[in-house]
Ligand binder design. Structure first.
Ligand code: ADP
Ligand code: MG
Length: 170
C-alpha cells in the first residue's frame, strides 16, 4: 500500500524520500504516478495533477511504496505522514526555489494554519506528524522509518503549533 508522505512545499519531503530510496525503500512522487496514469493536465501553461482522477485510477501496490508530494494525502494509502517545518524556514526555502511572492505567502500561511494536516485528518484515520524544523534530512528519514515500523508514539498529529509564530506577524 502507499505510505503517504505529505507536507507544505519546502518541508523536506523529496530530500527525505531520496534518502529512503537509497536505503532500498520503494518511492514515487505524485507527479510520477500522475504521469503513469495520464492524470496531468495543463492549467495556464503549467502541468497540474488531477488528484481526484488519480485517486480513482490507481490501485494499491502489494508492498509498501512511499508516495511523496504536497498533494499526496488526496491519494488513499495505509497511513499519512505529514512533515512540518517552521513557517520562516519554509519562506526562506521557497524564496531560494524562486517562487513568486504570492505563492510563497500562500504556502507559508498554509503551513501556519496546519492546512495539510487538517486535510489529511479528514481523509485518513492514521495520520502522524514530524516536526522537521530542527532535524537533519537523515533524522527525518529515520523518523519516517520508525513510523513505518509502527513506532508512532512520538509522532501524534496536532503536536505542532505555529500559533505563536502567527501572532508575531501582527
Ligand atoms: P519538499 O520536497 O517538501 O518541497 P525538499 O526536500 O525539496 O522539500 O527541500 C526543500 C529545500 O530544503 C531543499 O533545498 C533541501 O535541500 C532543503 N532541506 C530539506 N530538508 C532539510 C533539512 N532537514 N535540513 C536543512 N535543509 C533541508
Ligand atoms: Mg518535493
Amino acid at each position: 500500500m502507499y505510505v503517504i508522505l505529505t507536507g507544505t512545499p519546502g518541508t523536506g519531503k523529496t530530500t527525505a524520500a531520496k534518502i529512503l530510496a537509497s536505503r532500498g525503500y520503494a518511492t514515487i512522487t505524485v507527479e510520477e504516478l500522475a504521469r503513469e496514469h495520464d492524470c496531468l493536465e495543463e492549467v495556464q501553461g503549467e502541468l497540474e495533477v488531477d488528484v481526484d482522477k488519480l485517486a480513482k485510477a490507481i490501485s494499491q501496490p502489494e508492498e509498501s511504496v512511499i508516495l511523496e508530494g504536497h498533494l499526496a494525502h488526496f491519494i488513499p494509502g495505509q497511513m499519512n505522514i505529514v512533515l512540518r517545518c517552521h513557517p520562516d524556514i519554509i519562506r526562506k526555502r521557497l524564496e531560494t526555489r524562486g517562487y513568486d511572492a504570492e505563492k510563497i505567502r500562500e504556502n507559508v500561511e498554509a503551513e501556519a494554519i496546519d492546512l495539510i494536516l487538517s486535510e489529511a485528518i479528514k481523509v485518513c484515520l492514521f495520520v502522524f506528524e514530524i516536526d522537521a524544523t530542527e532535524l537533519s534530512p537523515e533524522a527525518i528519514a529515520a523518523a519516517i522509518e520508525r513510523i513505518m515500523k509502527g513506532e508512532v508514539d512520538d509522532y501524534p498529529p496536532g503536536k505542532v503549533d505555529w500559533s505563536t509564530v502567527v501572532m508575531d506577524w501582527y
